[in-house]
Design a protein around this ligand. Structure first.
Ligand code: DHB
Ligand code: FE
Length: 284
């Protein structure tokens, strides 16, 4: 059977992708961000998964106000880096895992979560920046990736509780797949940031660090935090953090297993307009 070996969490700031693509990672401003991922890149090499289930949000790139799926699973054989206005990022195309993705869709929909099935989708910085942070600049990404897009851009967005319950359904789906695959689940986006309006530039280090503490030690309590607290405390785009609860809900401790091990934790401000947070949890 397939199993989830680890969950990983990281911000997806687009300027991080630009810093990599434009060879600016050694500039002092960016060095402080990338230093926090040196451990992670080595960890990724030492813990190479067979598949990454990557929870991210599309930023009106593949989707638009024409169609707004709340939860969308990418079942295609491949996904191209999107053109977000200045050409696609010079990163490898994303190879999917149609068979496992179709199995997860089948299982999760039968567990009463109504997923949208996406057979064609370009992937934006929400997906490619986490891959770049964890894998550097390879010729090809180290393994297939199943993109799982969550609407956190246009209200109404799903609650933390819904995301947490969905993560539990995804764990069951993966663990019922009849091949011994080592699967990682990634939750991406966040941490505090607000890109617009009178509070643009908002950062809340205390709230972010409490979120990281609770994600590790009190995920059930954290899943009950309402939208309004994310928006008030972490800014309008801080709501991206509900996606981390999908990955956290998929860990074994939530189903009665041992607590996960914190392999790495990093927090840094600023990167562009965002607080960068990052965690790696290994299943116990
Ligand atoms: C920034 C952060 C984001 O999450 C995003 O999607 C776009 C921009 C920023 O900090 O600039
Ligand atoms: Fe974003």
């Amino acid at each position: 059977m397939a199993r989830i070996t680890a969950s990983l969490y990281t911000s997806h700031v687009p300027a991080i992708g630009a810093a990599i693509d434009l060879d600016k990672t050694h500039e002092p401003y960016w060095r402080k961000v990338f230093d926090g991922y040196e451990f992670s890149k080595q960890w990724m090499k030492d813990h190479k998964p067979d598949v990454i289930f990557l929870v991210f949000n599309d930023h009106a790139t593949a989707f638009s106000l024409d169609m707004i799926p709340t939860f969308a699973i990418g079942t295609a054989a491949e996904f191209m880096p999107a053109d977000e206005g200045w050409g696609p990022r010079p990163v490898p195309k994303v190879i999917g895992h149609p068979k496992l993705a179709a199995h997860i869709a089948q299982s999760v929909i039968q567990q009463d979560f109504d997923l949208t099935i996406v057979n064609k989708m370009d992937v934006d910085h929400g997906l490619t920046v986490p891959l770049s942070l964890m894998c550097g600049q390879p010729e090809a990404w180290p393994c297939p990736v199943i993109p799982f897009a969550v609407n956190v851009v246009q209200y109404p967005v799903p609650s933390g509780a819904r995301c947490f319950a969905l993560g539990q359904a995804i764990r069951k789906a993966i663990e019922s797949y009849d091949e011994p695959l080592n699967v990682q689940i990634w939750g991406t986006g966040g941490m505090s940031h607000q890109l617009q309006g009178p509070r643009a530039g908002l950062i809340n280090k205390e709230w972010d660090n409490a979120f990281l503490d609770r994600l590790v030690a009190d995920p059930v309590g954290l899943s009950k935090v309402p939208h309004i607290e994310y928006v008030r405390e972490a800014g309008s785009e801080g709501i991206e953090l509900v996606m981390w609860l999908i990955a956290r809900g998929a860990m074994s401790d939530i189903a009665g297993g041992p607590n996960p091990k914190v392999a790495h934790r990093f927090f840094h401000v600023p990167a562009s307009n965002t607080a960068v947070g990052h965690l790696i949890l290994e299943n116990g």
